[in-house]
Design a protein around this ligand. Structure first.
Ligand code: Z57
Length: 801
């Protein structure tokens, strides 16, 4: 949209007056943020209305992306960028004596997700709008987001994230679109005059689901889509029903907090209630909207697609069946055909503990009507498939088995498409995790490699880099990230490589400033910034990174004359509050940081910065400053990874196992521009099959490794006697589940290589450039376009590949 600086200033000052009945000098940064937010909503309002109207008039197919997590990050700058208002607003604020950065920092960062899964959903929302695709998000409006992490004495302490305390400027409460969601009670099916069955419910707990909508602004295209998050409330008490405090609390509880587990199933009844709550409300609202324009449900498959992001929303399958049969008079067969046509499912993990199953008794008690439908799905599946695949395979793969409702199997059986998130991951789904279902439905399986929104992760997070790229390529890359490959031509232009170093240094200074003020730690910006930012999980192996730090520490202590480039090891990681081992690793990193950072023999040659409360906003500060991207999961365990892509796009070189999308990153940028190491997935599976992994052999065979491991228990690192012993035992007594010791040597080797290579800055920047130039293929726009083409069969703005 067109907006002059002068017009903006007038509008902004008027907004301040309207909201606060005072003038600018009397407002806080937060107050200014709220005013700007209101103003942007006003500017974007016509787009949002027009987009919805256009979709309705043209009767276009709509996709609904169901996800129990969305991690959108702050929206102020993202909306300014996509509306094309960054320049006049920044300028206007400056003329008013204000600073956009300062105002943006006052925006709360909604932590409505744990990690990769929720952030991916947010990147995809951005891309759907930017592709002009009729895409809607459907999730939960948690009253409290993921906990705020602080460290006390090196231990993680969790504080509530009261992100809504001062309201949310972007959301619109739509009470008129609320739905009732039913839990518990009894249900009977009563035969009707026409021969069909109708349910009668008794003693149910009804919950009102109220939607809050947030506009998802497309990239300079006038499109604004909707992210709809549901909040649980008391049903309208028109009939003056009495609710006890306990009943009220049970309702409030449903959308009160996000479960703080990533890649792990909590297995709690409350989580199942959350899952049904947003699945049911979402499907009801879809059908209600669909029915405004269509008679009957014949065309449902042509007009809507429902995407199931991991197993959490799988209940959309039996819920749609329920609504089609009980409310729309469909037969089982018609309902089932429509359901499969509409549904598609993305799997995000092969970790056993993340694959959700629910005890049948819990499921039946909480969702009696849905349970009847799942029983029927199970019965049909068994009847259809046993003659072809035999009883054993069918028993292994049916929705009901071992006293459990198996959500991933239900999701595969009830969808027409099942995708993994990187080629290796999809392969492992076919050959291992979902092997039996792949035998039944081979045509359903496909790969959709994850992608990232380069708008947020380069254009917003790294303005200096974006400006430099503009100088060389013009601005087309901003809308077509595949154009980044044209940067390859500048690999031999020394002046450009120098500018790239200058950009990196600038970003390192900004991060160093933050670390100085938050941790009181002084960093040299000519050091290697070696970054690992992701959830704390044993399979992600932050521990391997710790061993490198211990090795460097001992090397400086024991051979002070041997000089390597200075290093800063930067961590950001939250542990699930109940994940004891992960918390021990946090304590270990903090204790090691204490030791290293205060040792006068070490000085500024080595520093460890564990930045608390990692999340989207800190990611935007850390990622542009990284030289090295640690992507060191045990091969086969990380389904894709997405921080690997963000770091690559910002010119960090990957120190990476051949796992998930690392494989594709190494391929895209070229082996010579990354630091691959470690066991392959095949080698890991080889160990499983032969059962011959002996971690202790590695310990015995490598004196340096032994020396490093022993520091866990010999008092070298003060303050970790119990944690050190526990971690030591996990490796040597319990045989190192994630092959840390097996990968130690090749990891260290590459770390040494990095120290060597970093000294040739020209060559290093060439490698950084190769990464930036190759990152375009991991654009979320391309990923979403592939979902639209192959899975949802929906039209979108064409993209140049
Ligand atoms: C989560 O963040 C991921 C998978 C899960 O099953 C759950 Br629960 C949470 C992550 C994977 O671990 C990453 O490898 C992947 O990149 C991300 O999902 C997005 O696909």
């Amino acid at each position: 949209m067109k907006l002059t600086t002068a017009q903006f200033k007038t509008d902004f000052l008027a907004e301040i007056k309207t909201l606060y009945a005072t003038d600018l000098s009397d407002t806080s940064a937060f107050g200014q943020f709220v005013a700007l937010g209101h103003l942007l909503r006003r500017y974007d309002g016509p787009n949002w209305t027009r987009t919805s109207e256009r979709y309705r008039q043209d009767d276009v197919k709509q996709v609904y992306y169901f996800s129990i997590e969305f991690l959108p990050g702050r929206l102020l700058k993202s909306n300014l960028l996509n509306l094309g208002l960054m320049q006049p607003v920044r300028q206007g604020l400056q003329e008013l004596g204000l600073d956009l950065e300062n105002i943006s920092a006052a925006e709360p960062d909604p932590g409505l997700g744990n990690g990769g899964l929720g952030r991916l959903a947010a990147c995809y929302m951005d891309s759907m709008a930017s592709l002009g695709l009729a895409g809607n998000g459907n999730g939960i409006r948690y009253r409290y987001g993921l906990f705020k992490q602080v460290f006390m004495n090196g231990y993680q302490v969790e504080l509530p994230d009261d992100w809504l305390r001062n309201g949310d400027v972007w959301e619109i409460r739509r009470e008129n679109k609320a739905c009732l969601v039913r839990f518990g009670g009894n249900v009977w099916m009563t035969p009707q005059a026409d021969g069909s069955l109708k349910p009668t419910y008794e003693h149910t707990d009804d919950v009102l689901a109220v939607p809050y909508d947030t506009g998802m602004v497309g990239d300079h295209n006038g499109v604004t889509n909707t992210l709809r998050l549901w909040s649980a409330e008391l049903p309208p008490s028109a009939d003056q029903t009495y609710y006890s405090q306990a009943q009220r609390d049970r309702i409030d509880e449903i959308t009160k907090v996000l479960y703080p587990d990533d890649s792990n199933s909590a297995g709690q009844a409350l989580r199942l209630r959350q899952e049904y709550f947003f699945s049911s409300a979402g499907v009801q609202s879809i059908l209600r909207h669909y029915s405004l324009r269509h008679h009957g449900v014949r065309e449902l498959g042509q007009k809507i697609a429902i995407h199931i992001n991991d197993t959490h929303p799988t209940l959309v399958i039996p819920e749609l069946m329920r609504l089609l049969m009980d409310d729309h008079h469909c037969s089982w067969d018609v309902a089932w055909e429509l359901t499969r046509e509409v549904m598609s499912y993305t799997n995000h993990t092969i970790m056993q503990e993340a694959l959700e199953t629910w005890p049948i008794d819990m499921f039946k008690g909480l969702l009696p009507r849905l349970y009847q439908i799942v029983v029927e799905i199970d019965r049909h599946y068994r009847a259809d498939k046993t003659p072809i695949f035999g009883e054993a395979l069918v028993n292994r793969t049916a929705p009901l088995g071992n006293g459990q409702v198996r959500m991933a199997y239900l999701a595969v059986i009830g969808s027409h498409s099942v995708n993994g998130v990187a080629p290796l991951h999809t392969e492992l789904l076919k050959t291992d995790v979902l092997r039996d279902l792949y035998a039944v439905y081979p045509e359903r399986f496909n790969n959709k490699t994850n992608g990232i929104a380069t708008r947020r992760w380069v254009q917003i997070a790294n303005e200096p880099l974006a400006a430099l790229i503009d100088q060389k390529l013009g601005t087309e890359w901003r809308h077509e990230p595949s154009q980044l490959k044209l940067l390859g031509a500048y690999a031999t232009e020394p002046a450009f490589l120098k500018q790239l170093t200058a950009v990196k240094t600038k970003n390192k200074q900004a991060l160093a400033k933050y670390i100085q003020s938050e941790l009181g730690l002084t960093l040299r910006t000519d050091a290697i910034f070696d970054v690992q930012i992701k959830r704390l999980h044993a399979y992600k192996r932050q521990l391997l990174h710790v061993f490198e730090i211990i090795r460097e520490y001992l090397a400086i202590k024991e051979h002070p004359a041997q000089v390597e480039p200075p290093r800063v090891h930067i961590f950001g990681a939250k542990a699930a509050p109940s994940y004891h081992y992960a918390k021990s690793i946090i304590k270990l990193i903090n204790a090691l940081a204490d030791l290293v950072n205060h040792d006068p023999d070490i000085g500024d040659r080595l520093k460890v910065a564990f930045i608390p409360n990692y999340g989207v906003s800190l990611g935007e500060l850390i990622i542009p400053a990284a030289d090295v991207s640690e992507q060191i999961s045990t091969a086969s365990k990380e389904a894709s990874g997405t921080s690997n892509m963000k770091l690559m796009a910002n010119g960090a070189l990957s120190l990476a196992t051949r796992d998930g999308a690392n494989i594709d990153i190494i391929q895209a940028a070229g082996e010579a521009n990354e630091y691959p190491f470690g066991l392959s997935a095949k080698a890991v599976y080889g160990y499983y099959e032969r059962g011959d992994y002996h971690a202790a052999d590695f310990y015995q065979a490598d004196p340096e490794l032994k020396r490093v491991l022993d520091t866990l228990i010999d008092g070298t690192i003060p303050g970790v006697s119990t944690e050190g012993r526990e971690i030591y035992d996990s490796l040597l007594r319990y045989n190192d589940e994630f092959f840390v010791l097996a990968d130690y040597e090749s990891y260290i080797q590459q770390q040494r290589q990095i120290s060597h290579d970093f000294q040739d800055q020209r060559q290093w920047q060439q490698k950084a450039l190769a990464n930036i130039a190759a990152a375009g293929v991991f654009s979320a726009d391309l990923a979403v376009a592939r979902y639209a083409d192959d899975i949802w069969q929906m039209p979108h703005t064409p993209l140049k590949a």
